[in-house]
Write a protein that binds this ligand. Structure first.
Ligand code: NIG
Ligand code: FE
Length: 417
């Protein structure tokens, strides 16, 4: 990817979200706003940040591609730290059944859900998945997302799990959006192993995981720990094996039923635990204590007509909350950052500042990249979003509407709305 030299000046509000690790509890309110701010990027990396007056004294703007951000708010590029964006086929029919009253689990139990997408992803060629992925990344970029996490989990066999991860690796090289890859071989039990969960687990751990690790195809290992999918005991066994292979851990926890996934995340010191709609008080406190990032996915709760995760309670109890879209073909077919932001602030009672932290520095922490992205700090990647409006307060106010005007990746202007 190209790396640029850029100077952005005169920003009415330059929101830095400064920091190089997750922000917990009260610290989530601290987004650090520089009025009339400027930022200098050299060779793709942030070189300096300050007021426009100070920056223009130190740097000759004619040496940079300069953007005048007068009356515009400038923020770090957003990090969407939980998605399943590589998949074949769609499940619009299932969504219509859910609107009629069928639950996600009922549909799954009668052969729909994840395994439905597994069939269409197995049938899709690498090229098809690549082209679909590229289109989806373009759309994410238009919402200001400069780094995304993407999971496998629609293969559930050797060939297609590899295919998904390889497609993401290629897209990472070709597309402006950076991709963090997660191996989710434990997303469901495929039809050919129906009723033989233990055998599938052994197959996945013995035949796929070692290859994924050896070829460095994923940074993270994830499990859908849920009643009727993988139990806490089964999940623990898989996580311990993945840890032996040096993989970092994240988990789909307590999404539909309170099973104890958040407690397991704390016990194993995972990087992040995600969904958490039904996380217990103890699970929440354990995660805060052990420094596990709580990744909340409000668009999924919304699309499933489930209660939202207790974001307010989590922050009040010292958690580091991240927000992500969970973009996928089933439980929430949306990559909308504005919708996610609106739900978090209007329905989950997160403040605007907390929601911004949750999709910048805490999103970065949820994929263990807070040292290189997620804030406008010297030494970090020059990943920047410029809004059409003068204040970050327009993010929820222009409700459900994309307010992003320009997106800069590694100091290069890569998108204009
Ligand atoms: O995060 N809960 C499990 N996995 C996805 C849904 C995947 C699907 O329905 O295809 C989620 O919601
Ligand atoms: Fe998910």
């Amino acid at each position: 990817m190209k790396k640029g030299n850029m100077l952005i000046k005169n920003s009415s509000e330059l929101v830095t979200c400064s920091g190089n690790k997750a922000k917990f509890g009260k610290d989530m309110s601290d987004i650090n706003v520089i009025l009339d701010g400027a930022v200098v990027i050299e060779d793709g990396i942030i070189k300096d940040v300050g007021t426009t007056e100070d920056i223009l004294k130190k740097y000759d703007e004619t040496k940079y591609e300069t953007i005048d951000a007068k009356n515009k708010c400038v923020l770090p590029g957003f990090v969407d730290s939980h998605t399943h964006f590589i998949f074949g086929g769609y499940r619009a029919e299932e969504f219509s059944w859910r609107l009629r009253g069928d639950s996600y689990m009922e549909i799954m139990n009668r052969g729909g859900g994840i395994v439905n997408t597994v069939t269409s992803t197995r049938n899709a060629s690498k090229e098809e998945l690549f082209n679909l992925g590229k289109k989806r990344l373009d759309s994410m970029l238009s919402f200001g997302v400069t780094t995304v996490e993407g999971k496998s989990g629609y293969g559930l066999n050797y060939e297609t799990e590899m295919k998904q991860l390889e497609v993401m690796k290629e897209l990472d090289k070709e597309h402006a959006v950076d991709i963090c890859r997660t191996f989710l071989g434990a997303h469901a039990v495929p039809d050919e192993y129906k009723g033989r969960t233990d055998e599938y687990i052994d197959f996945m751990l013995e035949k796929i995981l070692p290859e994924v690790a050896k070829n460095k195809l994923a940074d993270f290992f994830d499990v859908f720990c849920e009643q009727g999918v993988f139990s806490v005991e089964e999940s623990r066994k898989m996580f311990l094996k993945a840890k032996e292979y040096g993989m970092k851990l994240k988990i789909h926890a307590d999404e539909i039923v309170q099973l104890g996934g958040s407690e397991l995340a704390a016990e194993l010191g995972m990087v992040s635990a995600d969904h958490l709609l039904h996380a217990s008080d103890k699970g929440i406190k354990d995660m805060a204590e052990k420094g596990v990032v709580s990744t909340l996915l409000p668009t999924t709760a919304f699309c499933l007509k489930e209660p939202f995760a207790r974001g307010r309670f989590m922050i009040d109890n010292g958690c580091a909350v991240a927000l992500a879209t969970d973009f996928n073909p089933g439980s929430g077919f949306t990559n909308s950052i504005p919708l996610m932001f609106a739900l978090a602030t209007i329905y989950m009672n997160m403040s605007i500042e907390e929601a911004i932290t949750a999709m910048t520095i805490n999103g970065a922490a949820a994929i263990d990249r807070a040292d290189s992205i997620g804030s406008i700090d010297i030494g970090k990647k020059g990943d920047i979003v410029i809004l059409e409006y003068p204040s970050y307060k327009f993010l929820p106010y222009n409700t459900g509407v994309n307010t992003v005007e320009k997106v800069i990746k590694n100091g290069v202007l890569v998108h204009k709305n």
